[in-house]
Design a protein around this ligand. Sequence first.
Ligand SMILES: [Mn+2]
Length: 224
Amino acid sequence: MATYVVGDLHGQSPLFDRLLEKIRFDPMADRIIATGDVIDRGSGTGDLLTRLYEGAKEGWFLSVLGNHEASFLRLRDGDSVPFYEDPEFGGTRTLEFFGRLGHTRARAFESWLSSWPLVWSDANHIVVHGGLPAVPGTRQGDILLCETRLSPPGILHECLDLRPPNIVPSWDGRTVVSGHTIVRKAKVYREGIVMVDTGAYRTGRLSAYCLETGSFHSVLGSPC
Ligand SMILES: [Mn+2]
């Protein structure tokens, strides 16, 4: 069994296929954890969401929340999110896809997106979209304080938008694996922090990190 943390997908369905092929992904044994920002920008957003929705039901896919999903959910909740449809942000693709869905299916997809957690963790890793917030004055062992800092307030949480140099290693020695900030190559950014977002939607490079082996995998193709 292998667990691959894949960087920001942004609708790059063909590149995702290429990555699955490269790692010889077996949905019966392996799993994919996305760093969030699965939606928007790419023309494959609808196709990708549809497949990953099934993948989540089948148990081989999950994602932490990205700032793009958080913005989409706020918009659907009736908040004003004026930047969402800016070409720079790329939300039009997602709105078009939801516009084609029937009411029931659209609600099901929204409900699924809103179930994505801010962080996913196991004994040795913490996956988060942007980064873990620093907790001033925190010592190793003040786990309760740190956990409390990560819980509320949901989709406006700072961990969705943190970028280097404002990201910190975990308070308890677990490796933090994050997306959101584009790096040329997926890598250990510094001790205890792995960054996997290689900007697939504009560079054509999609990358993943295997939690069990600590190996990096990437594919290169044309972004859609
Ligand atoms: Mn992001």
